[in-house]
Write a protein of this length. Sequence first.
Length: 193
Amino acid sequence: MKETKEMLIDCPVCNEIKTAESQIKTEKIPYFGEVMETSILCKVCGYKHVDIIALDHKDPIRYEIEISKDKLSNRVVRSQSATVSIPELGIKVEPGSKSEGYISNIEGVLNRFKDGVKQALILFQDDEAQTNAKNTLKKLDKLLKGDLKADLIIEDPFGQSNISGLEVKKRPLTKKELSKLKSNFTIIDSNKE
Ligand SMILES: [Zn+2]
């Protein structure tokens, strides 16, 4: 079941009138619930933003799966509020103002990490950063080829993310884990004056 609405809006970046195509899709995803995917694409300045908003609210959750070649096509839903990491490779993506939600698969997540590491190669020119980034890229390629094993972990304080597959370990986040996670949202601590 899919529903799509499209309209032209003024671009929030270059301010041109009605040059940005805005699309809102709602879709029901098995094991995940109803999600809303919003995208904006400006044909003048190229501004692009995609976001996934889960319409069903859930409890804080942690997913873990060992990446292997036969699991590359397992579906991954990453909401804006989720932290995605591969601890063996020392890489982690935390929620931030620019973080996007997406629906992809494990292969797609690895490719997103590759893009991030490639950006780091351009931004950080010192030898140590270059060596680290190149090593990480090699390991990501090995994971994609099935020559290396590592765990993919998604921690989501709003329980809106998901990894599909029978081998996925799924459990609630502990309070301690929750307190360490970054979130896009301001948490008001009622114990403080
Ligand atoms: Zn624009």
